[in-house]
Design a protein around this ligand. Structure first.
Ligand code: GTP
Ligand code: ZN
Length: 208
């Protein structure tokens, strides 16, 4: 086995070992039954009998990103001379706002300037999925993705833009359907060079 391959495998093993504790399904079931009682429902009526179990399985899925290290997806790099920006845009995601545990959904756009190595395009979308499947605020989600790409792919720069609609703002509270939140995180040359940053915005939003 080549030395670099050995390095990658031991790093992958370390990343897997750093996974968090799995979801406690029984505890969620108990908590959901308590919520049903607290709102004045009868958790023993037929329609609700399986609800605690369904909600527990739903949270295990929606928060599965707590138990996966997204860096796992950025370990396989390909040597490729490509001086210009690589952009994957319109990566749809669903996340969960950590303030209300309600979904926020939208699209992520990622652009990076390779430095002799590129990463598989699908891996950028996989990283978005892992980071989205945690209790989140949009700002931290954006920064986390940018930092991961910087540290694992080591490009000359990266920019991440996320646009999302927060259901805690649409179906409750201030009730502003249609309001979109846009966040960005830029690193390296994408941060320091206005022309590079403009190129990313132009390519993402198709404006010249
Ligand atoms: N910055 C940020 N705020 C968020 C995000 N998701 C939800 N929020 C906001 O989190 C805030 C929580 O405010 P609080 O005053 O503690 O809670 P609240 O009384 O339920 O607030 P309202 O939504 O205004 O009714 C709200 O303003 C939400 O709009 C996010 O991803 N980023
Ligand atoms: Zn919220």
């Amino acid at each position: 086995m080549a030395k670099s391959e050995e390095m990658t495998l031991s790093k992958l093993a370390a990343l897997h070992a750093s996974e968090y504790q799995p979801v406690d399904v029984e505890r969620i079931k108990h908590a959901v039954r308590e919520i049903l009682l607290a709102v004045g429902e009868d958790p023993d009526r037929e329609g609700l009998l399986e609800t605690p179990d369904r909600v527990a399985r739903m949270y295990a899925e929606v928060f599965s990103g707590l138990h996966t290290n997204p860096a796992i997806h950025l370990q396989k790099l390909f040597t490729q001379k490509h001086d210009e920006m690589v952009i994957v845009k319109d990566i749809e995601f669903a996340s969960c706002c950590e303030h209300h545990l309600l979904p926020f959904t939208g699209k992520a756009h990622i652009g990076y300037l390779p430095d002799g190595k590129v990463v598989g395009l699908s891996k950028l979308a996989r990283v978005v999925d892992v980071v989205a499947k945690r209790p989140q605020v949009q700002e931290r989600m954006t920064e986390t993705i940018a930092d991961l790409i910087m540290s694992e792919v080591q490009p000359r720069g990266v920019g991440v833009i996320i646009e999302a609609s927060h259901s805690c703002m649409t179906i409750r509270g201030v009730r502003k359907p249609g309001a979109m939140t846009i966040t960005s995180a830029v690193r390296g040359l994408v941060k320091s060079n206005p022309m590079t940053r403009n190129e990313l915005m132009t390519l993402v939003y198709n404006k010249s």
